[in-house]
Ligand binder design. Structure first.
Ligand SMILES: Cc1cc2nc3c(=O)[nH]c(=O)nc-3n(C[C@H](O)[C@H](O)[C@H](O)COP(=O)(O)O)c2cc1C
Length: 165
């Protein structure tokens, strides 16, 4: 898929086929996360790849809006130390989701509302937190790819030169 088409067609998709991810594709997804730039090249982000059903369910139980997580083929927890910037984690996350989509793998982030729960479940070191968990899987063609929410209009999004005046 052409890069621009891949970026603008990516939707956060919550229904997946019961089919394991191709290992080579998964490695490419992780590599896309690894290559994300970071502030001062500090590379603070760490990833936990997990795919055992029980673990997916346990992590889902640490979140409020995680119905899609147990059915994912795999998940990647994006972890940061207390000194790390969410922007760095966000770059790695979007890199991975877009790279995944270029290979036909759908994804949806999942916010972790109970940090103690997810830290314990995934065995994080003391100083780390989970910024977000990415659920990944081949999309189920029988289910709509997204919830149909529109984006803000371009003239509301973009201000030229100054916000006002
Ligand atoms: C930081 C972040 C956290 C999110 N957390 C959740 C979540 O916990 N559960 C969920 O179902 N979707 C979650 N989403 C997905 C958003 O709902 C989604 O990006 C938005 O609805 C746009 O979806 P679309 O790309 O399909 O239009 C999250 C997205 C982001 C960026």
């Amino acid at each position: 898929m052409e890069a621009y088409e891949c970026i603008v067609s990516k939707r956060d998709t919550r229904a997946y086929l019961d089919k394991p991810l191709d290992e080579e594709e998964l490695r490419k997804v992780l590599q896309a996360g690894r290559m994300a730039g970071s502030s001062k090249n500090t590379q603070p982000t760490r990833l936990i790849l997990f795919r055992q059903r029980k673990r997916l369910e346990e992590v889902a139980a640490c979140a409020k809006f995680s119905q899609h997580l147990p059915a994912a083929a795999a998940a990647i927890a994006i972890c940061l130390p207390s000194t790390g910037s969410d922007f760095d984690a966000g770059r790695a996350a979007q890199n991975m989701m877009v790279a995944a989509w270029s290979m036909g793998i759908a994804s949806c982030p999942c916010s972790m509302h109970d940090q103690e729960c997810v830290r314990k479940t995934l065995g994080l070191p003391e100083d780390y937190r989970v910024v977000v968990v990415l659920a990944l899987g081949y999309p189920d063609p029988k289910v709509s790819m997204h919830l149909g929410k529109r984006r803000v209009e371009m003239d509301e999004l973009v201000h030229e030169e100054r916000w006002s005046g």
